[in-house]
Design a binder for this molecule. Structure first.
Ligand SMILES: [Zn+2]
Ligand SMILES: [Zn+2]
Length: 242
């Protein structure tokens, strides 16, 4: 599929149709953003933590997204997002935040990670195999609990004003794939919903050193991911009147 034909969205389980946002309306602006990032080599030039140089090193590249939306007065707004974290940061100036509340995430994640680290340390220092087994089980349970608490922070909304926990869109036994809800498309759509904006177009592009499998190249646009995004985007876009 050519870049111009890309669409972002998915099957809506209520309307039984696909709700889709085309890339076309954002392509020129997104290409300008790619050029701007190439020139400034930063996503937030006032802070060295946000240099894009890391995307050309060991960490390799990252997905970025851009949305064109209309506010209630009909004025156009450009929204930008990066997938997941940028160099360990969930927030950067001028970029939309994650779906979940970052402060709440840190309140849960920081002590949870500390406990897991402490268990790991004890596993390394004990020589009794029986005790080691118990500690490993405790660590497994603890990280499962933490994962569940974090996943519970992801509450999806749509343009009808409905809310659903993100876990409802994934099979109970397989669980949620890593990074579900952290891609640019869900971040941007969620931001639009919660700020009374009507999206017109959306695009996701890859920036940086090509990924290990070679499936993603610098400056190219890609369809939404099938594992994390396809199951949720249809619901999120439901009720959008264009
Ligand atoms: Zn995705
Ligand atoms: Zn629908």
């Amino acid at each position: 599929m050519s870049e111009e034909q890309l669409k972002y969205g998915g099957l809506c389980n209520q309307c039984h149709t696909n709700h889709l946002l085309p890339v076309m309306p954002v392509l020129p602006e997104a290409r300008r953003l790619i050029q701007k990032l190439e020139t400034s080599r930063s996503i937030q030039p006032d802070d060295p933590d946000f240099s894009t140089d890391i995307l050309f090193g060991k960490a390799r590249g990252q997905m970025f997204g851009l949305m064109l939306a209309l506010d209630v007065q009909g004025g156009s707004r450009i929204l930008k997002a990066f997938s997941g974290q940028f160099n360990g940061h969930y927030r950067a100036k001028g970029w939309v935040p994650p779906i979940f509340n970052v402060d709440e995430f840190q309140r849960i994640n920081t002590p949870g990670e500390k406990q897991i680290k402490a268990l790991s340390k004890r596993i390394l220092t004990t020589s009794d195999p029986a005790e080691q087994r118990l500690l490993k089980e405790a660590r497994r349970n603890q990280s499962r609990r933490l994962m569940k608490q974090i996943h519970n922070l992801y509450i999806l909304e749509n343009f009808r004003g409905e809310r659903q926990p993100m876990s409802a869109f994934f099979s109970k036994d397989k669980g949620m794939p890593t990074g579900a809800g952290d891609c640019c498309a869900p971040k941007l759509i969620h931001y639009a919903i919660t700020h009374n904006l009507s999206p017109i177009g959306l695009g996701e592009f890859y920036f940086g050193l090509e990924n290990r499998s070679g499936s993603k190249q610098h400056g190219q646009f890609y369809a939404p991911c099938t594992s994390g995004c396809a199951p949720i985007l249809g619901f999120m876009l439901c009720g959008l009147v264009k």
